[in-house]
Design a protein around this ligand. Structure first.
Ligand SMILES: [Zn+2]
Ligand SMILES: [Zn+2]
Length: 418
């Protein structure tokens, strides 16, 4: 069997892994990378050479290129029941904000999502000589690890994974059966996260402090997952001030209400959703900027979305705070602001006067957790993906030297026989 890494290796973004053995050919994820205004795709693979598309979760770095494989044709695809509506939402939004520059349209998104096989966690499906199951990944609502059995081999692809429970999601399922080949992410292979509760408390305290000094807090957060987590944290600690909730996060929250069993604490989300002020109009956006309070809005790395409306204004006063709550990919406006204190507005750079902080409310496992994870998986062959080059190498080296596993940090376009 051949495994070829088409993207998302030694980088975070455009995840795509090709797995083939004669009569059956799989694509595990088909993502894009958004760096600046440019959209980067995985290495080319002719759509006719792919039979099955398996998607781990509804983040663009895992799903943004999937509709390309539905241009002019239908094919089998697999995702979880909750990933399906979220995927549709995020892909239609991607088309809208890209203003006709993508190589696919609404038709392809519909074709992809409508016909897809939508699975529960732990539900096994048998098809064309392979078996497939999604396991809870703990990273984002609906997100699944892929367990694929094919030609006598059991392959585990973690996708993005978090083994720790959060206010929104249960931790990843890790009671794996024996695994032959593992493909594991490494976003935070160099870093341990502080205890979740500790970060939550610091986050809430900081937000209170800023509002009490009459400042505005802007929390750029992914529409799927992170935004809901932020409002549930604020509800958990009974945050007493106004919280404005903007962007795609609204529609996502409505979808999540239909999937209470997929969340760690659905009641808390309902409570949180009742407390926030839902922003629906431009006038409300302007309103949100008039008084001290918190604004939670996508995009998490400042790549478009309503956050751009707020950014310049919030960044313009030292009373205010821009509070990042997720990983900032190299080259994104979020990373530039975090590292250089510079806001990118309409292609121009403006020095931020506000305070800028990063809170590690990560939805990816940290260093020790990843190390424990690959030890537990204990596969005959382990491939480390989805991390900056040093992180992929570091975790592969750990697996080789400390666990004596056969482990690799593949390069873009590399193929292996498994
Ligand atoms: Zn993700
Ligand atoms: Zn990812």
């Amino acid at each position: 069997m051949l495994v070829k890494f088409l993207g998302g290796v030694r980088e975070v973004g455009r995840s795509a892994i090709y797995l083939a053995d004669g009569d059956r050919r799989f694509l595990l994820d088909a993502g894009v990378m958004l760096s600046g205004r440019e959209v980067k795709y995985p290495m080319h693979i002719p759509p006719r050479e792919v039979d099955e598309i398996i998607i781990t979760h509804a983040h663009l770095d895992h799903i943004g290129a999937a509709p390309i494989f539905f241009i002019g044709l239908g094919r089998e695809s697999f995702l979880t029941k909750l990933t399906a509506p979220l995927a549709k939402l995020i892909l239609l939004d991607f088309i809208r904000v890209s203003k006709g520059t993508l190589p696919f349209e609404v038709l392809e998104v519909d074709r992809f999502i409508e016909k897809s096989e939508k699975l529960e966690y732990g539900q096994e499906i048998s098809r064309n000589g392979f078996k497939l199951m999604f396991l809870q990944a703990g990273h984002t609502p609906g997100g699944g690890q892929v367990l694929l059995e094919f030609k006598g081999k059991r392959i585990l692809y973690t996708g993005d994974i978090n083994t720790v429970e959060t206010t929104l999601l249960k931790g990843a399922f890790t009671d794996y059966p024996p695994i032959d080949v593992a493909i594991v992410e490494s976003t935070y292979a160099n870093k341990n996260h502080p205890l979740r509760e500790e970060i939550e408390r610091k986050f809430v305290e900081k937000l209170k402090e800023v509002v009490e000094r009459k400042g505005i807090v802007l929390v750029p957060a992914f529409g799927i997952g992170r935004s809901q987590e932020v409002i549930t944290i604020l509800a958990k600690y009974s945050f007493p001030y106004d919280v404005y909730y903007d962007g795609m996060a609204r529609a996502v929250t409505q979808i999540l209400f239909d999937f209470p069993d997929w969340l760690s604490n659905p009641n808390l989300l309902e409570e949180a959703a009742e407390e926030v002020i839902w922003v629906n109009t431009q006038r409300q956006r302007e309103e949100a900027l008039k008084n001290p309070g918190v604004i939670v809005t996508p995009a998490g790395m400042l790549q478009g979305g309503p956050v751009n409306f707020y950014l310049k204004k919030v960044g313009d006063s030292k009373k205010n705070l821009i509070a990042f709550v997720s990983y900032q990919v190299e080259g994104t406006p979020g990373r530039i602001l975090l590292e250089k204190g510079v806001i990118t507005v309409d292609g121009k750079f403006v020095k931020a006067k506000s305070e800028i902080r990063h809170f590690e409310l990560s939805s990816h496992s940290g260093k020790d957790q990843l190390e424990k994870l690959i030890k537990k998986i204990n596969a005959d062959k382990t491939f480390i993906v989805h991390g900056e080059p040093e992180n992929c190498e570091r975790l592969a080296k750990y697996a080789r030297e400390e666990l004596e596993l056969e482990a690799f940090a593949p390069k873009l376009g590399e193929s292996y026989t498994i």
